[in-house]
Ligand binder design. Structure first.
Ligand code: NAD
Length: 342
C-alpha cells in the first residue's frame, strides 16, 4: 500500500487530492495548520494532523513512517492577497525547506512541489494576447514579487535536493485552479470564485452592480480542479525532472469570464471598473507543448463546464451562510463547514 503525506490538506487542492488518493487505496496522512473545523474537506479515513509546517520539527512528525509527500501547503490567495502579503507569502519558504529536509532524512521516495505560473518573468506577460508561457520563460527571472519569488526559489531547492541528496522531486507550475470546496470570500479567493460570488449577490442580496478589478481586458486561463488532480498524479509518477506547466490553455479576458458566469446565472449586472484594484499581469496563458509531449495529455475540461459546477457549489454555500446569518445576525462572513467524505 502506498503511504502519502498531503500538506495543505485543509485547503482547496489538498482536500481534493486527499479524497482522490483515498479512492485509489492509499494510506493518507493529511496535514494543515488550520483547525480541523476549518478544513474544506475532511476524511475520516486519513490520519489528520494539525501542524504548523513552518516549524522544522513538525515537518519531521508529518513525514515520519510515510514514503511519499505532496507538498501543497502555502500561505496564499488571489491577487488581492498576494499583492498585500508579500512577506507572508515568502515565509512559505520555511515550509518547503523544512519539508525537503525531513523528506531527505526520513527516507521519502518521491516529493511533489506545487509551484505557480507566478514564477514567470513579468516582461513576458505585458500583452493580453499572450501566446502561452513556456517553461523556459521563467528565466531570466523576474517573478511576481513576493509569492512568485518564493515559488521560484523553492523550485530550485527541490532541484538541488534531487541533485545533491538523491531525493526524487517533481514540480508542477499550476495556472489558476478553480472548483468546488475552494475559497470564495474573505480576501483569499481568486477571480472565478469571486466573480461567482458577486453574481450570486444579485440573487441573494439584490446587488445590481459588479465591481471588476482593472479594465477587464486582462487575460488568464483557468484549470478545473479535476484536471489539476490528474496532472499532479501524472507528473508525480513521471520521470520528468524539470518544472512543468499544469494549466488550461483556454485563455479568456476577465470580462469574458464575467460573461460566462452571467450566462450560467441567467442575469446581467452593471459593470463598474476599479483601475486601482490589484490586477496582476496583463496577459497570462499556459503553453502546453511540453506536458503534451511528455504525458500525451493536457488539462482540457472546458471553462464553461467547470464554472457551472463551481457556481452551483458556491451558490449552495452562500444560501447556507445567509440562513445562518439570518438566524444569528452577530455571525458574519463565511461559516466554515467541513465536509466529511466517508
Ligand atoms: P489553499 O489556501 O486553499 O490551501 C493551502 C493550505 O495550506 C491552507 O489550508 C493553509 O492553511 C495551509 N498552510 C498554510 N501555511 C501552512 C503552514 N505553515 N503549515 C501547514 N499548513 C499551512 O490553496 P490551494 O489553492 O489549495 O493551493 C495549494 C497549493 O497550490 C499552494 O502551494 C499554492 O501556492 C499552489 N497554487 C495554487 C493555485 C490556485 O489557483 N489555487 C495556483 C498556483 C499555485
Amino acid at each position: 500500500m502506498k503511504k502519502a503525506v498531503v500538506t495543505g490538506a485543509g485547503g482547496f487542492i489538498g482536500g481534493h487530492l486527499v479524497t482522490e488518493l483515498i479512492k485509489r487505496g492509499y494510506l493518507v496522512r493529511a496535514v494543515d495548520k488550520k483547525p480541523l473545523t476549518q478544513w474544506y474537506q475532511v476524511s475520516e479515513k486519513s490520519d489528520n494532523l494539525v501542524l504548523d509546517l513552518n516549524i522544522r520539527e513538525n515537518c519531521y512528525r508529518a513525514v515520519n513512517g510515510y514514503n511519499e509527500v505532496f507538498n501543497l501547503a502555502a500561505d496564499m490567495g488571489g491577487m488581492g492577497f498576494i499583492e498585500t502579503h508579500k512577506a507572508d507569502c515568502m515565509l512559505s519558504v520555511l515550509i518547503n525547506t523544512h519539508m525537503l529536509m525531513a523528506s531527505r532524512d526520513c527516507g521519502i521516495d518521491r516529493y511533489f512541489y506545487s509551484s505557480s505560473a507566478c514564477v514567470y518573468n513579468g516582461d513576458k506577460q505585458t500583452d493580453p494576447d499572450n501566446p502561452g508561457l513556456k517553461e523556459s520563460d521563467a528565466y531570466p527571472a523576474l517573478a511576481e514579487d513576493g509569492y512568485g519569488w518564493e515559488k521560484l526559489f523553492s523550485e530550485r531547492m527541490c532541484r538541488h535536493f534531487m541533485e545533491d541528496y538523491g531525493l526524487t522531486t517533481r514540480v508542477a507550475r499550476f495556472h489558476n485552479v478553480y472548483g468546488p470546496f475552494g475559497t470564495y470570500d474573505g480576501g483569499r479567493e481568486k477571480a472565478p470564485a469571486a466573480i461567482c460570488r458577486k453574481v450570486i449577490d444579485r440573487e441573494l442580496y439584490g446587488k445590481d452592480e459588479i465591481v471588476i478589478w482593472g479594465d477587464g481586458h486582462q487575460t488568464r486561463s483557468f484549470m478545473y480542479i479535476d484536471d489539476c488532480i490528474k496532472g499532479i498524479l501524472d507528473i508525480m509518477y513521471s520521470e520528468i525532472e524539470e518544472p512543468l506547466n499544469l494549466g488550461s490553455s483556454e485563455m479568456v479576458s476577465i470580462n469574458q469570464l464575467v460573461d460566462i458566469v452571467e450566462d450560467i446565472a441567467g442575469h446581467r449586472l452593471n459593470r463598474k471598473y476599479d483601475p486601482d484594484a490589484p490586477k496582476g499581469v496583463r496577459g497570462r496563458n499556459s503553453d502546453n507543448t511540453l506536458i503534451r509531449e511528455y504525458l500525451g495529455w493536457e488539462p482540457s475540461i472546458p471553462l464553461k463546464a467547470g464554472l457551472q459546477k463551481t457556481y452551483i457549489w458556491i451558490r449552495e454555500q452562500m444560501i447556507r451562510d445567509k440562513e445562518i446569518m439570518e438566524k444569528n445576525p452577530r455571525k458574519h462572513g463565511h461559516n466554515y463547514k467541513s465536509v466529511f467524505n466517508d
